[in-house]
Design a protein. Structure first.
Length: 104
């Protein structure tokens, strides 16, 4: 068996990209492509943003009272979402029962 050679693009890179369209910031390159405009372009700016985010996360995780408030808020949000999902399932079951009663 002979191995097939992959064709290379003019710029020397392989031509087997997983995405046919590059991500653009105009809303047509993907769901999260607009976020690229929010990130800084220079490596030093990216480092500073990363350092600030890391410092904020460290502060939140080190402060026991703030961490407790965040955990309580997250659990409350989760329980509200779970309750809403259960309510939607119940409504869907009611609609299915009504449809079955109407057909029979």
């Amino acid at each position: 068996m002979a191995k097939k050679k992959r064709k290379k693009a003019k710029n020397g890179k392989r031509n087997d990209n997983w995405s046919a369209t590059p991500a653009r910031g105009d809303g047509q390159g993907g769901m999260l492509s607009g976020l690229t405009r929010l990130l800084p372009g220079q490596p030093s700016e990216q480092f500073l943003v990363g350092a600030l985010i890391g410092a904020a996360v460290t502060y939140v995780l080190a402060d026991e009272a703030l961490r407790g408030k965040l955990i309580r808020s997250g659990l409350k949000l989760y329980s509200e979402l779970a309750g809403g999902l259960a309510e939607m399932k119940e409504q869907a079951a009611d609609i299915q029962a009504e449809l079955a009663a109407g057909q029979g």
